[in-house]
Design a protein around this ligand. Sequence first.
Ligand code: ADP
Ligand code: ZN
Ligand code: ZN
Length: 829
Amino acid sequence: MYAKVIVDVPARQTNRAFDYIVPESLRDWIAVGSRVGVPFGPRVVQGFVVELQPDTDQNKEKLKPIAHALDLTPPLTPELVKLGRWISRTYLCHEVTALQAMIPGALKAKYERHVRVTEPAEEGAVSFLLPRQQEILQYVKERDSVELESLMEKFGGDGPLIRQLIEEGRLSEVQLIKDRMSTKKALTVFPPDDLERLDGWIRELSARAAKQKEVLEHLRLHPEPVKLTDLLAKLNISASTVKGLADRGWLRLEEVEVMRDPYGSRTFKPTDPLPLTAEQEKVFSRIQGAVVGREKRVFLLHGVTGSGKTEVYLQSIQSCLDMGREAIVLVPEISLTPQMVERFKGRFGERVAVLHSRLSHGERYDEWRKIMRKQVQVVIGARSAIFAPFTSIGLIIIDEEHETTYKQEESPKYHAREVAAARASYHGAAVVLGSATPSLESMYRTTPEAMDDPSEDRAAYELLSMPSRVEGRPLPAVQIVDMREELKQGNRSMFSRGLYKAIEDRLHKKEQVVLLLNRRGYATFVMCRTCGYVAECPHCDISLTYHQSSHTIRCHYCGYAERELSTCPECESSHIRHFGTGTQRVEEELGKLFPGIRVIRMDVDTTTEKGSHEKWLTLFKNRQADVLLGTQMVAKGLDFPHVTLVGALAADSVLNLPDFRAAERTFQLLTQVAGRAGRHELPGEVFVQTYTPEHYSILTAARHDYTAFMRKEMMLRKFHHYPPFHRLILITLTHEQVPLLLRSGEVLANRLREIGNDRNRSGGELEVLGPVASPISRIKDRYRFQCMIKYRGEADIAALVQQAASVLDETVKQQKLTVSIDVDPQLLM
Ligand code: ADP
Ligand code: ZN
Ligand code: ZN
């Protein structure tokens, strides 16, 4: 038997499968998707088996056998192995990078160098050893093998002696591949097999052993295994009490594997399906039909905020589970949407696994193993949960499908929406993309125009819509406030007069307020008011951010930090202002304007701690605060009945970003945050403060008019050759020296233009822009240049671009140039 193995050496030369012999002894342990240790050059490295075959076309003499099998059950299914290949071709990454992205971090290999004692060839050779060396050999021998590093530590200062032992071949080096994370074990107390005997033993114990008696009595009443720590806490006893009983054989203490459950300490109120509204019913029955009929179909569900999309998801999943199939639910960033977890756990309880970035490595690993073992049928999680190793998927839901977090920014630069479609097509599953503000890309795919578009090699979407809120609740009234006008009237505060009055009114009525301040919108930097000096990172082309709590100014790209400044380094003026984070300033101002106001601030500074989102949101839900103030994280998914006022303090902050999607992002953000108001009985009101009140994205958002926005934006995109009409590939080059970067950029652009001309002659449309400096022109002392490719026509461009990029191979190797290619980029920085 032969195996094709993708090795864990991410480089172009090794980006193919290598053949290995499957030794007889490992045959039962190796399948497609298994992780194995294979000899590769002088080392043993980790690899993934991607194919098994009875024969090989390689020279069999030269093939080496697989050294180890690393798993009892392969962590990847054959489907995921195939998907890995698809991702590597579509998004131009090494296949091993794609495969690695699909397994939990806990399983990423850690290589350890161990030593082992080599049996001496002749007897007596040992006698030439120094006593200290004999001691070392003895130490290793007793332990079978010892990690080199810990041996060095143990015999500190004897490094040369150890090296000599290795050189003389008395110690041999072995490389072990270890998982980063092991399963968690807990000492567990088991009652004796023969419960009848407990009574006798209890009598046998003397009066002084009251505690031990108590333990046995407890076991008699509750004869099920119990975690030692739980038992100790319950009976208020010490471990030695239990150990004493174990020593007498009256109970058993054993290590038992436990699952780390991030939600273990919480209970979720079970919920029953709600009777659906007519709009919900229509959408639901269409989705249900596809799930039951195993149609591989992608639905775009356009439902306004508060239209009850979640209930539709829940009932659709129920019908998927009723079919005996599994479901994946993606949310943009789960730590921002604890309410979603609550709703899913409430409906499906133990059948739900949760995967998000705030979990520890161990917790993620355990949630993942619940999936592997088929203990759960529903996964809810952030982007990478799309790789859940289910084998019978019936439905994939992507909530807030327009969010940029669904595109991974580092390699593999996949988009979860596309991966979802690929997986669904394999399983014959349905996909539901839900949003109140669908991305233009998704909307385009529901149009007849897309059907005739050759660059849309991907399936067309079916549009479903829910245009009204549940129970006929109105969408909130939105007022646009022109902040220039406020200034003219002498109002220098960050609150317009209208918003000020509205907040005052809500405080009076004991209703709640959500305030959004996009972080980028307000000054977080350090500026000299005398000369205009702005503190910048010495390594990156970006201003430093002030952190009030630690009195430092820091770079958000490279982590560079220095103490806050008391005088200007340029002009020595003391009028240097440290602007606190925007939200901090708003909080201060609220306190001044409305004494006694209770504000919860949610931003990166207040939510670093695990579980902090939940904590703040619970406080707010219990009405222990009047105002929830925060960055984008307060805009999404929250559903609180007493919120009747929403204020967007600086609506145009996103609009000014150098990105062709700036208008779309502004529309989305405003629509989302406005959607937080008046979701229940009480009607809502929204204030949008802006310096560009005439911009179409703001005007249409204020009217809740997605269609008008979409039409206008589509026109502009078409005119400027942007997605969804053209597709993009962004190539970013980085190097420490600008001249080399410029030269390389030109070489690449010329090569790309040649390709473009060839294609355009044969009826394609391909433009090459650049090379130009990237919007962020330097990070960590490396300058950045980019080329952008816009194209239409059939979609084999990615491969051509990769080929073109190979003209830079030599420079990459010899001068340490980096080239990164982003297919369908979401961020152009
Ligand atoms: P969306 O995600 O579309 O913004 P939600 O799913 O959060 O909306 O629903 C808004 C509110 O309406 C929630 O409080 C939800 O419990 C409620 N809701 C949803 N469907 C129904 C229904 N059929 N009957 C009554 N209330 C519903
Ligand atoms: Zn100055
Ligand atoms: Zn920096």
